[in-house]
Design a protein around this ligand. Sequence first.
Ligand SMILES: [Fe+2]
Ligand SMILES: [Fe+2]
Length: 269
Amino acid sequence: MKVLFIGDIVGRHARNYVQKKIIELKSELKLDAIIVNVENSAGGFGVTPSICEDFFKAGADVLTTGNHIWDKREIISYISESDKLLRPLNMIEGTPGLGMTIIEIPAGRIGVANIMTNLFMGPTDPVFETLPKIVEKFKLNFNVDFSIVDVHGEASSEKMAIGFALDGKVSAVVGTHTHVPTADHRVLENGTAYITDVGMSGDYDSVIGMNKKEAMTRFIYPNKKNPRLEVSTGEPTLCGVIIESNENGLSSSIHPLRLGGKLKETILN
Ligand SMILES: [Fe+2]
Ligand SMILES: [Fe+2]
């Protein structure tokens, strides 16, 4: 199976660009599935029902999120009814929405899970206690043909440890949230494709997607009233990874995909 995972969409210009691109990429690259992290797609903060619908129309199969999922309140009723928009699985019991799902596509069944780490993040249940639930739910070659976990978190150490804990048990573990792509994409020893962070899809001439001036002011004058952060609207970069799996459901390759904007484009072969 060939799956494209795209990192945190920041703002309208990035989501318009990514939606246009995924329509092209789906046929160009013969992708079986597309998964997109949309936690910053509505003005940098959260996601709305109509944005989710636009991503599904463009060809996204499942949408993941993170700590910004509740920034737009109207998402609460939408996520409660959806099996394709996820919030982190380890949010406290009773939280609306699902943290993992299995969808059927022409190429087979795909399991997608979304979890949030604990270090330097808002309070959630211990992330390592969540992992057995994912392994139990997604049984490769039994009830799913491919499985992917979006690990939303700040600390690279914690994300790496999760990658190793799931190695050989899921097809892929991909990090999100820092908005900066890492260069450690590889297939781990037991066949799980891994990257610490896919990077954001947004304007990289910014501080993690937000206008430089206001974002810098917050650091330079920490005692002053925080200026409002606005999405930086320069040319966006699409940041993602393409994962290819074998017959056994484990991965044979993971390749970074970067298109447009300030980052050097990756060459696909
Ligand atoms: Fe984000
Ligand atoms: Fe986040």
